[in-house]
Design a protein around this ligand. Structure first.
Ligand code: NIG
Length: 384
């Protein structure tokens, strides 16, 4: 924490940051333009490193079914869940997908989010997956936000491959992954390693192909059961392993050794009424960086606030407020492999948020409300 600080920007990057008293002159003699912070706290622009914010339709009925006693897994096995969003996403136009995601993204941006990760994974055929990835890239033109894309073809088995899961994995490895790599539309490859999705062996094949194509990998792991997904991800040098409610000691050690970030998703934990919680104390002890993300999606986390994840990260997962803030800045940048942001340091992108709060811990303290008082992206002020 720097009290009475100053920060200089040149060409969209942070040129200097420190105590105002240490500036080598007065601000108005040093800079072409001076903006007074008005006593507000400044943090890096927030980074939401795990979202499925692009999709067709919604799944409110499944929420009601779960309240009546059905589980997320039962709904998925009965043909609902992810594959029901697949039908709606296949039917939607690219423009409609962009419009829906823009609507959902706006509240995040108003909370100081300047970088967002967006996954495909509701197409599960090449044409729709590419449509999603193109739509994701367009979000970065439509709104003042940087978009990092992940190809999530291994999210679920598409209905036309029911009972032929191996054939779909073949298709992913032989056709879809090479075409996605060729398109340049994906910054990483993601997968869902779970009883209702893909086995560790299948994910290993997919990761081998992705790695050969020069794409970095990440994984939804240990959300509902412990299949050893996090250790598998670590073996491939994954950027992150996400969810981790059922993560065991071996997984923690493997992630620590590989430098794989733990992306924690308290919104899904809350919404699905999970009693298991990620092993935060063990991750902390092992020095695994912990990121927090919204996981915005229609099935397990209809979340439209990243700040709320700070509150839930602390209250449900026992992160400290400082860890929660690092989780949506420094660790989130690491989870996306973006070394040029997530901290206030000279040379990094000038993505900044100003806050009308008494102390940084207040970002995790309030439940609802939005204390964001200003946003600068790439050195340029944007409307909050
Ligand atoms: O991260 N776990 C898999 N994928 C999403 C859920 C997607 C959905 O239910 O539509 C998640 O929670």
């Amino acid at each position: 924490m720097i009290r009475d600080g100053a920060l200089a920007i040149r060409d969209g990057r942070i040129a200097w940051v420190g105590r105002r008293a240490d500036l080598p002159g007065t601000p108005d003699r040093l800079a072409a333009a001076v903006v007074e912070g008005g006593g507000h706290w400044m943090t890096p622009g927030l980074i939401d490193c795990h979202t499925h914010i692009l999709f067709g339709g919604e799944r409110v009925r499944e929420f009601e079914l779960r309240l009546e006693g059905a589980t997320y897994e039962e709904i998925a096995r009965a043909g609902g869940g992810i594959v029901s969003t697949v039908a709606a996403t296949r039917a939607a136009s690219e423009d409609d997908l962009v419009a829906g995601a823009v609507r959902r993204l706006r509240p995040f941006l108003a909370e100081g989010v300047t970088t967002v990760e967006v996954k495909s994974g509701y197409g599960l055929d090449l044409a729709t997956e590419l449509k999603m990835l193109r739509a994701a890239r367009r979000l970065g033109d439509a709104l003042p936000v940087s978009v990092s894309t992940s190809f999530l073809g291994a999210h679920a088995v598409p209905p036309e491959f029911k009972g032929r899961q191996g054939d779909y994995v073949d298709l992913l490895c032989r056709e879809m992954l090479p075409a996605v790599a060729q398109s340049g539309l994906a910054d990483a490859v993601d997968g869902f390693c779970e009883g209702i999705a893909f086995t560790p062996d299948e994910m290993a094949r997919i990761f081998e192909t992705a790695t050969r194509l020069g794409l970095s990998v990440k994984l939804h792991a240990e959300q509902l059961s412990d299949l050893g997904g996090a250790a598998l991800a670590a073996r491939f040098g994954a950027l992150s392993a996400d969810h981790l409610e059922c993560l065991g000691e071996d997984g923690v050690a493997a992630m620590a050794a590989a430098g794989t970030v733990a992306v924690l998703l308290p919104g899904a934990n809350y919404f699905l009424g999970e009693s298991r919680r990620p092993p935060v104390a063990a991750l902390r002890q092992a020095g695994v960086p912990m990121a927090l993300a919204s996981n915005c999606n229609p099935g397990s986390a209809p979340v439209l606030s990243l700040l709320l994840m700070l509150s839930m990260g602390c209250t449900l997962f026992r992160l400290t407020p400082e860890e929660a803030l690092a989780g949506v800045t420094r660790a989130a940048a690491q989870a996306l492999g973006l070394a040029d942001r997530g901290r206030l340091a000279s040379g990094l992108r000038a993505d900044l948020a100003l806050w009308d709060i008494e102390s940084p811990a207040a970002l995790a303290y309030w439940i609802g409300g939005n204390p964001c008082a200003g946003i600068i992206r790439g050195g340029v002020p944007v409307a909050p």
